[in-house]
Design a protein. Sequence first.
Length: 310
Amino acid sequence: MTLEDLQVVLKVAEFRSITAAAISLDMRTATASAAVKRVEKALGAELFVRTTRQLRLSGAGEKYLPQCEQALHMLELARHNIRDDRETVEGELRLAVSSDLGRNLVIPWLDELMAEQPDLSLRVNVSDSNIDFYRDSVDMALRYGSPDDASLFGFKICDIYGVLCATQAYLDQHGWPGHPHDLAPHNGLFYQLQDIPHDTWTFTQEGQRFKVRMHGNRSSNDGDLVRRWCVAGLGIAVKSCLDMSDDLLAGRVISIMPEYQTRMTELWLICPSRQSITPAVRLLRDRLREKCTGILDELARHGHIRRSRG
């Protein structure tokens, strides 16, 4: 006896006909008749009194079927509750995010999201260091670059263009470079990882590749500090277009030589496993994609980045 058998029995009781019940359930009459027989065999009692002209409930059927109907209703309600729980946006978002991107863009986006979803709470790990999901107690990491660990699961948010940028005042004082080879005399502002500054910058144009070893008087493992130095007019920097988007669109810095493509990477939302993906994670993923796409469109419209074709 299965739940489907019980549903057949209830339909037979409703229509007082096995044939009519079978038509309603889009099945063969023989299949419906077999279901009724399985239920009666399991219960050890006949639920229907059959005559040549009609079918009616037996005494056992009158007692059993109302309770059966109630039980099936409760099971259906439980099924809907489980489905609703799975789609409920609630719980704690434990997110690791890089310093610059987190402070200046993602945290305001998360504030908007939480205002819309009052059952969400937030715990943020702001760091440019690599995250250990278990040591650092986070459920997601928003990072530049695709995950290199096959055990992790992630969603690509968007492609990220690098921009070479400086202030108008800095360029007026030190000159405008028109080619990567013109960069050598300029003061580079460097992001450093594991005490190694990223002081070699690479540019491409129409298949040609140019590599420039830069010199500068400032470097930091905090990407936001490098951005602040650049906005203060202390040098020239290569940064993510997302990190610099507000400054570029507000005119605080200028994108230099956009016809030369500098580093390009991807932004990913990374989770430790597929099982950790909740409705809240999916909602965050969709919001990140929406926000990032809007910024990239705006940067391209104002000529700060040049998107690759194809």
